[in-house]
Design a binder for this molecule. Sequence first.
Ligand code: ZN
Length: 250
Amino acid sequence: MAHPITIDTLPGAGRSATHLVQCGPANWVMLQDGDDLTLIDGGYPGNADDVEESIARIGRSMGDVQGALLTHAHVDHLGGLAIVAKRHGFSIYLDEIEAAHARGDVDEQISPVGICRLLPRRGTLPWLATVVRLGALGHQHVADPVTFAGDQPLDLPGAPKPVATHGHTDGHSSFLAADGEILISGDALITAHPTSSRGTGPQLLPDPFHHDAAAAHAALTNFSSLDATVLIPGHGPIHRGSVAAAIAQL
Ligand SMILES: [Zn+2]
């Protein structure tokens, strides 16, 4: 079933661009270099068709996807991506520490106890109903991910540069794009969430979502020295302004 999507396109140098797709509670990103694409994350399992639709909307086809990056293996980022990657036969790149999570050897999803801690929040029940319909209880895995370590730019369209942000999950990774101008932060830093009472703006997810909340808080220091002036988060809208300044305020 198709869901409404909105796409924000940030043009870069030449025929390059960064596209943020927002689809209900999920975000994903496309880095475009000429005709070629790198996909970053892909929503819930129920978003697989929406990922394909988003690529058609920017005038490209699935054959243009040269590979995909995964910020982390939670179901709202891996679910749709794993299905689309299997359908079209492209590789999924992720931090080597995240590989066990992506293969399903370990489980770092929010626990039932964590969900219970969120229940007093006003947005939690409607959010739960939505994500269960999108396949949040289903399991998607990546049997043979391509792993990376360190911060060297990857050989994919847009030359994304990993920024290790371990904590939300053990091997969570963010990525710099557009020569460091844009930070794609995944769930290390978000700008809105249905269960958050903080409105819109750079913020951390509520602690029950983090596999290791203390490490997730500490990982923000890895953003403090960045020159990025645009934040594309795993949840919420684009934030324009110095990422380092936003971290200092947090
Ligand atoms: Zn998420």
